[in-house]
Ligand binder design. Structure first.
Ligand code: PGA
Length: 241
């Protein structure tokens, strides 16, 4: 198996107390995970410092990601966190998640500005692609005016919004997209961007992770609801090994 990634997207969930409990269960398992597995967690900005301190203190094999960044650098942008600040805590950043498009009106132009901020600050952008009609122009707009060397650093994450689980019950309620459909889209992205890593997201859990992660063309997965549940997340890690 070549190097694979699991990115836990915690969305607007967890308190410090819950992080402590989660880390006590998941942290030790990360030390037993395959060297070819990169485990990345994206908590809310507010928890990054605490999370980073804890994983450094315990030596857990977890990298951090932001769930978003400002399209601007430092300045008078109330409520924003810029890439230079995020870089102090995280190595990755999720950009253009469909929930940001749905609830915060983000469009591809905004996504493009954010990708540029991430790349200028050596953060690896995990850029969400919803697929569907206009797929090609969606990708073109996202990478507009970015040079080839930098484009190659973008991680594309195919996530059809209909596959995102509802946060109901311990591991969420939802159906992952059919593997064949995922592979068609992943191959389309690969044809356009052969050098890039490509992930899948949407209702990934312990019972189906292998279907996706064992595919040569799928370099990683983004996991929402199922990653919040420590026992389920441990099963996910163990099912990959
Ligand atoms: P889900 O969320 O795993 O709960 O479907 C994935 C995501 O939207 O990041």
């Amino acid at each position: 198996m070549h190097k694979k990634y699991i990115v836990a997207n915690w969305k607007c969930n967890q308190t410090i107390k819950e992080i402590i409990t989660w880390l006590n269960i998941v942290g030790p398992q990360t030390l037993k995970a395959s060297a070819n597995l990169e485990i990345v967690v994206a908590p809310v900005f507010l928890h990054l410092e605490f999370f980073k301190r804890e994983i450094n203190r315990k030596g857990y094999k977890i990298q951090l990601a932001g769930q978003n960044i400002s399209p601007f650098s430092f300045g008078a942008y109330t409520g924003e966190v810029c890439a230079t600040q995020l870089k102090e805590y995280a190595s990755f950043v999720i950009i253009g998640h469909s929930e940001r498009k749905k609830f915060f009106n983000e469009d591809e132009t905004m996504v493009n500005l954010k990708i540029k901020q991430a790349l200028d600050n050596h953060l690896l952008p995990v850029v969400c692609v919803a697929g569907g009609s206009g797929f090609d122009s969606q990708l073109n707009e996202m990478v507009a005016n970015i040079n080839e060397e930098n484009i190659a650093k973008i991680i594309f994450m195919y996530e059809p919004p209909s596959a995102i689980s509802k946060q109901v019950g311990p591991i969420g309620l939802g159906e992952a997209a059919p593997l064949e459909e995922v592979l068609v889209t992943v191959r389309n992205i690969k044809n356009k961007f052969p050098a890039n890593l490509i992930f899948y997201g949407g209702s990934v859990k312990a019972s189906n992770i292998k279907n996706f992660i064992k595919q040569e063309e799928i370099d990683g997965v983004l996991i929402g609801s199922a990653s919040l549940n420590a026992d389920e997340f441990v099963k996910i890690i163990l099912n990959i090994n």
